[in-house]
Structure formats: C-alpha cells, structure tokens
Design a protein around this ligand. Sequence first.
Ligand code: SAM
Ligand code: SF4
Length: 335
Amino acid sequence: MRVSLDSSVLIDRFGRQVNYLRVSVTDRCDFRCQYCMAEEMVFLPRAQVLTLEEIDFICRAFAELGVTKIRVTGGEPLVRNGVISLLQKIGEIQSLNELVLTTNGSKLATMAEQIKEAGVKRINISLDTLNKLKFKQLTRTGEIDCVLKGIDAAIAAGFERIKLNAVILKNRNHQEVCDLVQFAVDKGIDISFIEEMPLGVISSHQRSEAFYASDEIKTDLATKFNLSALADKTGGPSNYFLVEGAQTRVGFISPHSANFCSQCNRVRLTAEGKLLLCLGNEHSVDLKKVIRSHPGDLAILKQTIIEAMKIKPEKHEFNLQEQPVILRHMSATGG
Ligand code: SAM
Ligand code: SF4
C-alpha cells in the first residue's frame, strides 16, 4: 500500500495521482436522455446545491493540490444561472492548464462565444443520433435542430478542440455509427463512442440487452473508414484512432470491454458538494459540510481532500446483468 508523502499533490493508495476534477454544477437538465435519467426525476432543492462561490472555492483548493484540469459538467451545465461567470472565475486560476466543458449543446447557439471568451478551450457535445425522431425518443425532450445549430456555433467560436460524445445502444442507434463519424469528419471535429454504464434505475430498457461493445463499433466502422491507432492517450479512458484522410479522431470509452481504472486520474464533485472518488462506487466525502461549517478555511478543505484519497476505490464494479448497484443517475454524478 502506497500513501502520498508529498501533501501538495493527491495520490491514492494505488499510486495514482489525481490531477483532474469533474464538477457537476447542477443536477438539472433540459433533456431526459433514456440512458441517463428516469422519465420523472426529482431534482435537488436549491439550498442543497453548492453556490457558485462554493464551487469556485473548492476548485481553487483542488488547483492548489495539483489539479491541472477541470471539466464543468452536470446535469446540463448551461442551464445553471451564472455559469459563464463561474467559468470565468475558474478560468482565472493560474495553475490550471485546461478548463473544459461537457454539454448537450441545446444552448450553445447563443452561449458558445461567451463560453470561449470565459477561457474554455475544449468542449464536448453529446450527440447520439442524426435522426430527428430518434433524437426525440432518446432525449425525450430535446430538439436536434438546436443541438446542430449549437455545434455550428461552437465551430464558429473557434474552440481548440470540439468532440462529440455518443452513447451507443444496440438496436437504438448502433446502426448510425458510420453516419456519426462521417458527420464529425465533415465538420472537422472529433468523436468518442461510449459504452452505456449502469448508473441509476431507468425504465426505457434493460442495460444488458442494449449493450453494444466498442469492438462491435470498430467492426462496423471498418466497413467505411480506415482507422489507425494513435499512441496519444490524452490521459483519459479513451483509446483514440485517426480517420485516414481526415483530421478526425475517433475515441472509444469502454468501461465494460476495456477497463481503464488502473489509469484513473480523476475525481468528481457533485452538485450537492459530495466528492465522489469513483464513478462506479459510492465512496464519497461531504465537502459541502466542511466548507459550510468552516467558511473560508482553505486549509481544512485541502486536508479533507487529501484524506479522501485514502478511500478512492481500486476499480468500478459495473455489472450489466444485475439491478444497478449504483443508484445515482449519471446526471447526478457529473459525467
Ligand atoms: N448534459 C451534458 C451532456 O449530456 O453532455 C453533460 C452531462 S452528461 C451526464 C455527460 C455525458 O455522460 C454525456 O456525454 C452523456 O451521454 C453521458 N452519459 C449519461 N448517462 C450515461 C450512462 N448511463 N452511461 C454512459 N454515459 C452516459
Ligand atoms: Fe441531460 Fe446530459 Fe443526462 Fe442527457 S446525458 S439527460 S443531456 S445530463
């Protein structure tokens, strides 16, 4: 068992350094994606959600502990009032190398410029299908036209990198993987395919029945594209390939078929201020309690975060065959 000796960085019992924080700024969303949420959701009362100042304070503590990358996510981060000023604040943290955002794209058409000006360099936009009807079915409340306009606005705003995220479900959208890559190639952007994770109880489908492995996607893509493996892992769970004759990188996030836990460099802050040590386990520490009982005390907060590294689990325990062990939905987690 290895424990950190240097208290200015975050190292867990397995020798993994945590330098990446994902921050969920709200559990709310304007979509109800089938794989992410139940149709009827109960959201957190506002008083339980961290204020923007509290989120900024926690981000600063992490930055002082060696975190160099912060992703703002949700729920849908762009439905949170004041999110642009929060991005500006986080963007001012000197030691951060990367401030990035994950969004469903519904509000990008009007917000892309401001997000870029706030200091966000890279942006992930979720898009699971190009079919209008299917988009409505999968998101329940979303309009594809808004998202397509949002993608164009993001391209026009000139982010360093734009990546689409597509969760692929068998017999729902698996037939579209080539079209989605072609769309990314035409737009000059990247795309990652994600295997669905069993987070929270959903009503639309059995997770095991809808499972579509990354290898199946690769086989489908090989009928139309030549993909060459890239050495660059970008420090994350994606394995990247370059589409021959194009700039587009295709990534595969394969929690089931290619476990990446040994490389894990991240933790998550939920909208209600819980520090989640692993996406696929419940180990957490209540940072909101710490900052509300010791307002402004950065030292206590940092010490709590350092201590939390001792309970970061070795790996996730996802099992598609059983009822979900993790009852929180992805939207409450900060995906
Ligand atoms: N609302 C934003 C969005 O959709 O991009 C940000 C939050 S969302 C939870 C972040 C990412 O998690 C999205 O790309 C979404 O497709 C993915 N996601 C949600 N539920 C998932 C699940 N059960 N398994 C795998 N990915 C999931
Ligand atoms: Fe909302 Fe994103 Fe979850 Fe879809 S995946 S319901 S857009 S939080």
